[in-house]
Design a protein around this ligand. Structure first.
Ligand code: NAI
Ligand code: 15L
Length: 269
């Protein structure tokens, strides 16, 4: 596939979308922005819901690839998740298929496998083909998205890289995040690799930096050409001093999904 130039970024108003709007143009991409929430100061961003099939079809027309970040990013009622994440992702894939877009990068999440026990000292890293164990309806919607991506590859030849993102924020803010953090710079490197690698079919990768306390295997991401540059370890001393080491008796610390397993943060509206 020729390297994509014009890329639709859904979820462009959100936290990750804002970070990627800042970082991806340096790789030569022209971003077309899409979100249900208007983006201040960017009048040409498309303000539309993923339920609006006509708007989606127009949004994908003529782009070389899509980075699909839009959706509910926390736990919510099944009805809300169904509409935004399940039907919304289906609508996006249908629009891409109809308009001949060949590559999608899908923001999956560690919460697709959130009920997987985290590795303890000496345990092997969690492989990418570990059985899916969603920790929430939110995580379940990411399992659906990964399966939808597989179907659209097998049935229609639309390629996807599904990125099971850990925690992509400016800095890790918890001891768990020392293991699952993806720096914004590494996020952009990974999205760039996912957009430009040859013949990905449907490839599933974990999305994180090369953290010393890493819990999962980054080899499928590296096979795309991803070379992470960052490591959360520089934040470890301060976070552990404030919060203590992970407690093996605490259920919040027992699984990849952390507190999503016990008391997930909820989508506000
Ligand atoms: P966010 O909540 O900050 O942004 C999500 C954006 O999607 C918002 O701007 C919202 O307006 C938009 N949106 C929600 N429903 C929509 C709909 N029906 N139609 C159109 N737009 C809609 O989330 P964040 O952190 O930026 O995450 C982006 C994506 O990455 C999400 O899909 C999330 O599940 C995934 N992800 C993020 C992680 C992170 O560390 N930030 C970790 C794992 C996955
Ligand atoms: C996610 O999937 C969420 O969208 C994000 O807000 C973080 O909480 C992240 O997972 C995490 O596991 O830290």
């Amino acid at each position: 596939m020729p390297a994509p130039r014009t890329v639709l970024l859904t979820g462009a108003a959100g936290g990750l979308g804002t970070l990627m709007r800042g970082l991806l143009p340096a790789y030569g991409y022209e971003l077309r922005l899409f979100d249900a929430t208007p983006i201040e100061g960017v009048p040409d961003a498309i303000t539309a819901d993923l339920a609006d099939k006509a708007a989606l079809r127009e949004a994908v027309r003529g782009v070389d690839a899509v980075i699909h970040l839009a959706g509910i990013s926390l736990e919510a009622s099944f009805d809300k998740i169904l509409r935004a994440n399940i039907e919304g992702t289906y609508n996006l894939y249908e629009a891409a298929r109809e308009e001949g877009v060949r590559r999608i990068v899908f923001a999956s999440s560690n919460h697709a496998v959130g009920f997987t026990p985290r590795p303890r000292d000496g345990d092997p890293l969690i492989p990418i083909d570990t059985p899916r164990r969603p920790d929430t309806y939110y995580g379940l919607s990411k399992c659906f998205g990964e399966d939808l991506a597989q179907l659209y590859w097998d049935q229609h030849g639309v390629e996807t890289v599904s990125v099971r993102i850990g925690s992509c924020f400016m800095e890790p803010t918890s001891v768990r995040m020392l293991s699952v953090w993806m720096s914004p710079g590494d996020g952009a490197r990974l999205f760039h690799a996912a957009l430009t690698a040859d013949e990905v079919g449907h490839t599933v990768v974990y999305g994180s930096s090369d953290n010393r306390r890493l819990w999962w295997d980054l080899s499928t991401a590296r096979a795309l050409g991803y070379e992470p540059q960052d490591d959360s370890e520089q934040y470890a001393e301060k976070l552990i001093a404030e919060q203590g080491e992970l407690d093996p008796e605490n259920p919040d610390h027992a699984y990849l999904g952390g507190h999503f397993v016990t008391n997930p943060p909820r989508w506000p509206n």
